[in-house]
Design a protein around this ligand. Structure first.
Ligand code: TRP
Length: 452
């Protein structure tokens, strides 16, 4: 524990790493399919509203808690509160990290598989609206070994990056992969908007039809605003803990939120222009990316090239997010248990890989939950973390700032790196109260939905 704690090398390195965490499957896979199911532009507006009202205060709170304490989530809550009870909020985060990564890396494996399918020309014969693409997807998921193998490769890459540490692992790779991701996305957006019939897709995404937005859509938008900025499990506390006091938290947070939102919208543009240009159903659901898109690429001149780019983009986004989740677990064992980074990363990365393999198998007829329920183990991990653990973690973070740490102390922390910063305590407190109420609302809605 005598070694100096690691730190980010540059401000832009930190912003790209945190944006890399935020930009993930949530932006390119989840956001488009949810917007497709809940009325397009109306859903998007609610989601943007939630990002500002809930996302920004909680992101600032996580960064401030991390930078102030220079510790992982467990140590951070413990140190700042001086009470063992709050330490459990940190534990909830580490547990959520464990659970999320176990299924996230399974989907990460799919993105790798689909990149290779694109390379091999497997989509070339597919026709829009045909069953062949969904059969291809179902057949892959149902295989016992292949999805497990791709998942293990994906986890292996995460482990290798995290084992190298903050500056030469996370930061170095974020500085390479994030610009690459943006370039690929810009190419895909240009391809999308120049398709004949693209305008209908843009209209769907940007012209609100409020009638299509249901209560479920509002709750989904709230929940998604959490997931997409990686809030509620201490990932941003961990990344904030590698900052020096000189850094300006407010400008960095805004930059991260703008990048995350812009990338989600660009992914939406690239996808819906193609979906509408070929008259497909935007409300296809979770299969939108893996089932609908592969049938559209062959219709586009140079389509196999764009197919490879698209799935590789999805893979890059997933990888930079997955590393941030693994870092939460690793940081905990380094700070609290005094473990060596390489040992912590390989051991716990390995355990997560094993749990993930069980999750991947649960989708192919080897579901360990089969004797009790027909819910797959994969879905259990997904639902428990995404719907409950993250919102509860976010709610407790807001309550912590309001009731334990104190708004004046929080504002004091924001002033480092931005000396002239002034904010009335009442206004900041109001933001956190609103955020806490909104999050409590999501949690209650989710519980009501299960009970009824
Ligand atoms: N934000 C990522 C996405 O949009 C997922 C993610 C990474 C995440 N780290 C997280 C979600 C921490 C919640 C908490 O795909």
């Amino acid at each position: 524990m005598t070694k100096a704690r690691e730190q980010w090398g540059t401000r832009i390195g930190f912003i790209l790493a945190a944006a890399g965490s935020a930009v993930g499957l949530g932006n390119i896979w989840k956001y488009p399919h949810m917007a497709g199911e809940h009325g397009g532009a109306a859903f998007t507006l609610v989601y943007l509203f939630c990002i500002i009202i809930v996302g920004l205060p909680i992101l600032l709170a996580e960064f401030a808690i991390g930078r102030k304490t220079q510790l992982n989530p467990v140590g951070a809550f413990w140190t700042l509160s001086g009470s063992k009870a709050w330490k459990w909020v940190g534990f909830l985060g580490v547990a959520a990290a464990f659970i999320i990564l176990s299924f996230y890396s399974v989907v990460g494996g799919w993105t790798l598989k689909y990149s290779f399918l694109g390379l091999s020309g497997a989509f070339n014969e597919l026709l829009p609206g045909s069953e062949a693409a969904s059969q291809m997807y179902d057949a892959f998921i149902a295989k016992p070994f292949e999805p497990v193998l791709w998942h293990l490769i994906f986890m292996g890459l995460c482990i290798l990056i995290i084992a190298r540490g903050v500056k030469s692992g996370i930061e170095r790779w974020s500085k390479i992969l994030m610009p690459l991701l943006i370039v690929i996305l810009v190419i895909l957006v240009i391809r999308g908007v120049t398709l004949e019939g693209a305008a209908a897709g843009l209209e769907f995404l940007f012209k609100p039809k409020w009638g299509d937005l249901d209560a479920g859509g509002v709750v989904a938008a709230l929940g998604h605003s959490f997931f997409t900025i990686s809030l509620g499990m201490g990932a941003m506390i961990t990344y904030g803990s590698y900052l020096t006091p000189k850094s300006d938290l407010i400008r960095s947070s805004l930059a991260i939120i703008v990048l995350d939102t812009a990338i989600a919208l660009m992914a939406g543009i690239a996808i819906f222009t193609a979906v509408f240009a070929f008259g497909q159903d935007p409300a296809e659901g979770e299969g939108l990316i893996f089932v609908v898109l592969p049938t559209l690429f062959p219709q586009i001149p140079g389509g196999s090239f764009f197919a490879i780019l698209f799935f590789f983009l999805l893979f890059l986004a997933a990888l930079t997010s997955a590393v941030s989740i693994l870092e939460v677990v690793t940081a905990y064992f380094i700070d609290e248990k005094g473990w060596d980074r390489v040992r912590a990363t390989f051991l716990f990365g390995g355990v997560i890989a094993a749990v993930g393999a069980v999750a991947a198998l649960s989708m192919s007829g080897y579901n360990i939950l089969a004797p009790i329920t027909n819910f797959t183990f994969f879905n259990l991990l997904n639902v428990v973390s995404y719907k409950y653990m993250l919102p509860i973690g976010g709610f407790l973070t807001a309550v912590f700032v309001l009731a334990r740490w104190g708004i004046p102390q929080f504002i004091e922390e924001l002033k480092y790196g931005l000396p002239g910063f002034k904010a009335p305590v009442a206004v900041v407190a109001a933001f956190f109260i609103v955020a806490a109420i909104v999050v409590a609302y999501i949690i209650i809605q989710e519980i009501v939905a299960v009970v009824s």
